[in-house]
Design a binder for this molecule. Structure first.
Ligand SMILES: Cc1ncc(C[n+]2csc(CCOP(=O)(O)OP(=O)(O)O)c2C)c(N)n1
Ligand SMILES: [Mg+2]
Length: 245
């Protein structure tokens, strides 16, 4: 029988449970990363996870390996420093949309331009979750947040366009599509260059309930309805998930 507890060997038992709210998608992403590490038989003694600040930024501290919980928006330059110091390390960044695309957005332009072998897993929950629900670069047009009470006026950031502008690896998955999420993280980890996985995941407490969802489950069902998985495409439409070539 399949051992469904294998993922735990990648986590620090003493730090569990996580402080994330009931219904949050972050734990799904954390576990999917563990599953991907396990399937690839990743050498954890040669792996470093770097994160910035935010609810999702807490993830680095749960792994049973070397990690850096750095300052807001600076996960990428820290990860680049780690990789530059020792190119034999697997360097993985796990952080939020606000962290990587908002305050750290400029670093994303340059990290992708440099194309160092770094895997980025972005928790794209459409909100600055930790600080109470401010509008983020991935917030949907019309989304009501505490800083956009009449609805967000802006178009969400096109992460795919930024990453593909420098011919880097880009995949989009969701916290509902578990097999696809694991596959996307594995493909990113295997990619010999800068690889970015945008994971659509739910923040019910500081986002979902303000945009009309009852609970985290309802948000996952929305991802099920909203997104279609595409294979062998070089560009994804807004309602598509996939590993682009
Ligand atoms: C320089 C700086 N500016 C602002 C903050 C406050 N701050 C902490 S977490 C956060 C938002 C994080 O949002 P995101 O990266 O999307 O992570 P989430 O909590 O949604 O997982 C902000 C603005 C900070 N810690 N440091
Ligand atoms: Mg966020």
């Amino acid at each position: 029988m399949e051992d469904t507890t294998r993922f735990k060997r990648y986590l620090k038992d003493k730090n569990l449970p996580t402080p994330w709210c009931p219904g949050c998608g972050n734990g799904i992403v954390l576990k999917s990363a563990c599953d991907a590490f396990d399937e690839l038989n990743l050498d954890t003694s040669k792996t470093v996870v770097v994160s910035g600040i935010g609810c999702s930024g807490r993830s680095a501290g749960f792994f049973n390996l070397d990690s850096v919980h750095t300052v807001h928006g600076r996960a990428l330059p820290v990860a680049e420093g780690v990789k530059a110091a020792n190119e034999n390390l697997n360097v993985i960044v796990m952080s939020g949309d606000g962290d990587l695309l908002g305050i750290g957005g400029n670093h994303l332009l340059h990290a992708s331009r440099r194309n160092m072998e770094i895997t980025v897993i972005c928790f794209a929950n459409e909100i600055y979750g930790m600080t109470g629900g401010q509008v983020s670069p991935t917030s949907r047009r019309g989304a009501k947040t505490i800083t956009s009470p009449d609805g967000c006026q802006d178009t969400p950031i096109n992460v795919q366009a930024i990453i593909k502008a420098h011919n880097c690896f880009y995949a989009r998955s969701s916290a509902f599509h578990l097999k696809h999420l694991k596959k996307s993280i594995m493909a990113a980890l295997r990619h010999p260059g800068f690889a970015f996985v945008e994971v659509i995941c739910q923040c019910i407490v500081n986002n979902g309930r303000r945009i009309g969802f009852k609970d985290g489950y309802a948000m996952l069902m929305d991802y099920k309805e909203r997104y279609t998985i595409k294979d062998n495409v070089d560009r994804l439409e807004d309602n598509e998930l996939g590993i682009t070539s």
